[in-house]
Design a protein around this ligand. Structure first.
Ligand code: IPM
Ligand code: MN
Length: 361
């Protein structure tokens, strides 16, 4: 919270290191946070939560109500990774990550796709000038609501239904966020709606109609539309066409993995789960990578960039810019590769290098 009278900026930050390599990468992000706070004079309190696979295996708990109540009182949540090899897929994802997104009404999943200098992209003849866009993924609706069920389960006549829920309110607030962001970015001022209006004629009719309506309030923003299959191709062939892309939850999940790989992969891709009126959560997009756990080989850059996004969201713009520049220094001057074990440095050394450049810049 910012005390306007004294300008004492003090934030309460919930830290959820989570599973696998989550704690290792979060530790590096926290080093960077500490350095930023010293340089720019803000203060923070960390509250750690042991949510994740270990706690679930020990106690059977995923996300207790009391924790949700406490998280609602914080200024931001910094999350490592959720996922454990001994826990059946879906339990932790639905029970912790998706539940947090939905209970905290983090209706925007913001995923920048930015190729930094010094980072190799698998795209031939493409460089940092070509790959710099943002995907705004709706984060609380669509298939992720969990609406549906089975009929005659386990029989040869089984039916499984999974419905995509799209509300006017949910679609509109997501689109408005995307228009506003496009204005704020002030780059090409082009917003692309990604959908499937030719097949999903109810859901994307709502998206398309609302998009056209809302666009009238933003005459300075050029609007464009692409089907999800086509955009998957264009992200590879012409990433330079995009400025801001807005889409539903499921399509956003899929196309941001394409986004992540063209910006250098899970080692660098960060994302923010944003409730513009509430508590937001910041995470590296990659998973818990259990096979690398405790080996000090995993790339912490994505987690550091997630910390950078958190500071930007808290209004610490100078800190955010400094971290980004320090990350670019490490990527261009130090790191041999972004892959675990091939970086030329250990996880903690990368964090130390970011800190070193922050102090020098
Ligand atoms: C992501 C992840 C999650 C999602 C999974 C882990 C539930 O893939 O953040 O993109 O599908 O949203
Ligand atoms: Mn995903």
């Amino acid at each position: 919270m910012i005390d306007k009278k004294t300008n004492n900026r003090r934030y309460s930050i919930a830290v959820v290191p989570g599973d696998g390599t989550g704690p290792e990468v979060i530790a590096e992000g926290l080093k960077v946070l500490k350095t930023a706070s010293k340089i720019y004079g803000f203060k923070y309190d960390l509250i750690e939560y042991d949510l994740g696979g270990e706690r679930y295996l020990r106690t059977g708990e995923t996300l207790p109500d009391s924790v949700v109540r406490e998280l609602k009182q914080t200024d931001a949540i910094y999350l490592g990774a959720i996922g454990h090899p001994e826990v059946k897929p879906g339990i932790l994802e639905r029970g912790i990550l998706l539940k947090l997104r939905s209970l905290l009404d983090q209706y925007i999943n913001l995923r920048p796709v930015k190729l930094y200098p010094g980072v190799e992209t698998p795209l031939k003849d493409k460089g940092p000038d070509d790959i710099d866009f943002v995907v705004v993924r709706e984060n609380t609706e669509g298939f992720y609501v969990g609406s549906g069920g089975f009929l005659r389960k386990g029989t040869s006549d089984e039916v499984a239904i999974q419905e995509s829920i799209n509300t006017r309110k949910g679609v509109e607030r997501c689109l408005r966020y995307a228009f506003e962001l496009c204005q704020k970015r002030n780059k090409e001022k082009k917003l692309t709606l990604c959908g499937k209006t030719n097949v999903l004629t109810y859901a994307f009719d709502l998206w398309d109609r609302t998009f056209r309506e809302v666009s009238k309030e933003y005459p300075d923003i050029k609007t464009d539309y692409a089907h999800v299959d086509a955009i998957s191709m264009w992200f590879i062939k012409n990433p330079d066409w995009f400025d801001v892309v807005v889409t539903d939850n499921m399509f956003g999940d899929i196309i941001t993995d394409i986004g992540a790989i063209i910006q250098g992969g899970m080692g660098v891709a960060a994302g923010a789960n944003i409730n513009p009126e509430g508590v937001s959560m910041f995470e590296p997009i990659g998973g818990s990578a259990p096979k690398y756990k405790g080996k000090n080989v995993i790339n912490p850059i994505a987690a550091i960039s997630a910390c950078q996004m958190m500071l930007e969201n808290l209004g610490e713009i100078d800190s955010s810019k400094l971290i980004e520049n320090a990350v670019i220094m490490v990527l261009t001057k130090n790191m041999k590769s972004l892959s675990a074990g091939q970086m030329g440095y250990g996880t903690s050394e990368i964090g130390d290098l970011v800190v070193k450049y922050m102090k020098e810049l």
